[in-house]
Design a protein around this ligand. Sequence first.
Ligand SMILES: Nc1ncnc2c1ncn2[C@@H]1O[C@H](COP(=O)(O)OP(=O)(O)O)[C@@H](O)[C@H]1O
Ligand SMILES: [Mg+2]
Length: 513
Amino acid sequence: MADPAPEFPTSLVAGADPHRAPYHPAVTIAEFLRLPVARRRPAAARAATLWRAAWRVGKTHAFRLAALYFAVFVLSVLGVLLFVYWMSADFVERQTEATLDAEITGLAEQYAQGGLSALVQIVAARSQGNPGDSMIYLVTTADGRPLAGNIGNWPAGAGLAPGPLSFTIETGAKGQGETHPARGMLIVIPDGYRLLVGRDISDAAAFRERVKMTLIWSGLLALGAGLAGGAVMSRNMLRRVEQVNRTAERVVAGNLSDRVPLRGSGDEFDQLAGNLNGMLEQIERLMTGMREVTDNVAHDLKTPLARLRARLELALIGGADPAAQTGAIRAAIDEADRMLATFNALLSIAEAEAGAGRDRTEPLDLGELARSAAELYQPVAEEQGFVLRFESAPGVTIRGDRNLLSQAIANLIDNALKYGVGVDGGRSEIRLSGRVGEGRAVLEIADRGPGIPERDRAAVFDRFVRLEPSRSTPGNGLGLSLVRAVAHLHGGTVALLDNAPGLTVRLEFPIIS
Ligand SMILES: Nc1ncnc2c1ncn2[C@@H]1O[C@H](COP(=O)(O)OP(=O)(O)O)[C@@H](O)[C@H]1O
Ligand SMILES: [Mg+2]
């Protein structure tokens, strides 16, 4: 009557774990919302302040970014944790399954060989075995009388249908014993005998519980760390934006020399602060420059105006002598002409600096331009005892404004004639030379006078600057200012060099082919 070995089900896992305790929070959300306000917020004002601060942080772009990253972070942590939990639970489950499987296969073999008596014998033997291995055996008759096994009677909660089942067993002495969950398999042998093979799964359940708790705690920790990190990050960003804002407010209020503090970390905020500071510096420089120019104009026109007034007064007083009157009026007209010239020069400089006339440019030969200027000045130079030499290579072509460039060259020749007197009093050579060098059009005007000391070479380009030895010569200190403005307008440069002795002014412009 050897029956085929009872078939083992593919899995013991069926449905949710009935031994898992449901989660009961200490206070549900509904209960929390019903709590009296006073209990939740002992200092309402403080809470309001906190709320406003949180609202302000929450509204920032930084916080939203942090929150987005945080959500992704929490989702991935949750995913990993769930996966770990599922893997470990599944592993324990499989182990129980495999043990039961092996046990049932062994018993089925015994039954197949020796029938019921062999099965009872082996079950009795195994039941004596190591109680630590947590296996459960029971063989009963059809009416439920136990024949062999390590539990006294049919466990509560275990049905009588063959197949996998979950049940509980009592362990330890009566009264102080514990109830353990167990999984098992009921096999009905022909003639109504029943074999129950099971396993106490309390250890596995405890293990699973521990894994679950570990995962919940690490999840909470990750949540806390993420929230705190996000809050700190956005607060940090907010503070630095606030610094920029406050500096901007102070600058608008009139404190132009205020700057955004730098951290020295070189991050985006530092770069932004650096750029803003650079911008503020530029604005401050321009403002200061403008104020200086206005001051200088006012100051430098005051003297000629006073002179003009004095001359006219003189003409009025000296009414008796017509010759003196005519002389005074003529002097007054000269004074007015000089002032007009100064104004014209100032306007030309301002125009050139503003980039006006850029559309009046045309291709022109710098050498030709210099030649005509030299020819124009030749008689004056000879009259004053100078030798004015000119030389130029062909093809020194640039794009430029003919009038402005001629004016600039004339200013330089005029300077050479005024200040290029040799130290020994001898009137010497002035050289104009044009050439092409390193892809640039170069024009040099050189004299053999005293030159300009190195330390003054930057200053003489500023408006109204005249060096000490030149104060007695006529001039307004605007000639070199116009030269520089014209050079810059044409994308070129102007440099003062030592001609040993004398001054060389070198103009360089981008060349066109
Ligand atoms: N060739 C030169 N040699 C020596 N000093 C010069 C020469 N050109 C200009 N300077 C100095 O630079 C100053 C500024 O020149 P500029 O702007 O042309 O004004 P201005 O000729 O009206 O004095 C002059 O007053 C003079 O002191
Ligand atoms: Mg001059």
